[in-house]
Design a protein around this ligand. Structure first.
Ligand code: MF3
Ligand code: CO
Ligand code: CO
Length: 281
């Protein structure tokens, strides 16, 4: 989600705007959580399903079509990205120096590419949003390292989630890990509250920041953590198609995303895949 700018005015007017316009963070009921679990599992299953197809020679458009048909016909669900604010396809496919929101096209994957596939499904009105990196054939040590460190950034962020944690704690942990490896954190996009609404603006999860600052987590919150980490500088550029975000210096970029629920005791990953079971009970 693109970070929303804050608008401040002065004095009484500011108070009025703040009271009227500041949206409340939505705490999910147990009925809503049950639906979020279903939507999250379906999104995870799309990534599990597509894995064997991510091979040299396949186009990102073909990957899109396979995911689309699986979501619509097999899951009886809705691909949330299709027509979302005009996005033309059902998944995002971000290859190599593409940071996020890559539009599936005719170009074929080749050995050595790294690709993020980002899937959001709507089931019974609720959203599940998740993405992972796939390595296409043998990849460079550099690409594998960036992919691994970025996944660690996501996992470290998730491990911090529990009631009482501040949003700034999550960002600080992610930034520290990325920068310790001389990588940079993309600032313009953030994780987001999620539920009946795809991007709940009231909850923005920055992937950088200061520990101990920001909103305190409460059981029943659902949001994504989705760090975008660059091998080079953090700066990005939007392509003329209005969607594709690339690194300004053309360095490699990686992203991993999960939808999580804050529980009474910690965190539940709503989009956990089978391959992750050994790491998260
Ligand atoms: N799934 C992306 C996210 O993590 C959003 C994609 S919006 C789209 O928030 F329109 F580009 F599909
Ligand atoms: Co998201
Ligand atoms: Co996503």
């Amino acid at each position: 989600m693109r970070i929303s700018p804050k608008v401040y005015t002065i004095g009484q007017t500011w108070l009025a705007i703040r009271m009227v316009k500041l949206p409340k963070i939505h705490i999910k009921s147990s009925e809503e959580i049950a639906k979020m679990r279903v939507a999250g599992r379906l999104a995870a299953e799309v990534l599990e399903m597509i894995e064997p197809y991510v091979k040299p020679g396949i186009s990102t458009l073909e990957l899109n079509d396979i995911c689309h048909n699986y979501i619509v016909n097999h899951q009886n669900a809705i691909p949330a990205c299709l027509n979302y604010r005009g996005f033309p396809k059902s998944i995002c496919t971000s290859v190599n120096h593409v940071v996020c929101h890559g539009i599936p096209n005719e170009r074929q994957l080749k050995i050595g590419d790294v690709i993020n596939i980002d899937v959001t499904v709507i089931k019974d009105d609720y959203h599940g949003d998740t993405s992972k990196m796939f390595l296409v054939g043998e990849c460079s040590i550099m690409a594998r390292r960036l992919t691994r460190i970025t996944q660690e950034c996501l996992y470290l962020g998730i491990q911090a989630v529990k009631p009482g944690t501040k949003l700034g704690d999550i960002g600080a942990i992610i930034q520290k890990h990325a920068e310790a490896h001389h990588y940079s954190v993309v600032r313009e996009y953030c994780g987001h509250g999620i539920g009946r609404v795809f991007h709940e603006d009231a909850l923005q999860v920055l992937h950088y920041g200061t520990a101990g600052t920001g909103i305190e987590l409460v059981a029943g919150m659902t949001f994504t953590i989705e760090p975008m980490i660059n091998a080079g500088k953090r700066f990005i550029r939007l392509l003329p198609d209005g969607w594709t975000v690339v690194t300004k210096d053309h360095s490699l970029s990686a992203q991993w995303e999960h939808t999580v629920l804050v529980t009474e005791t910690g965190v539940e990953i709503l989009t956990k895949r089978k391959e992750e079971q050994p790491f998260f009970s």
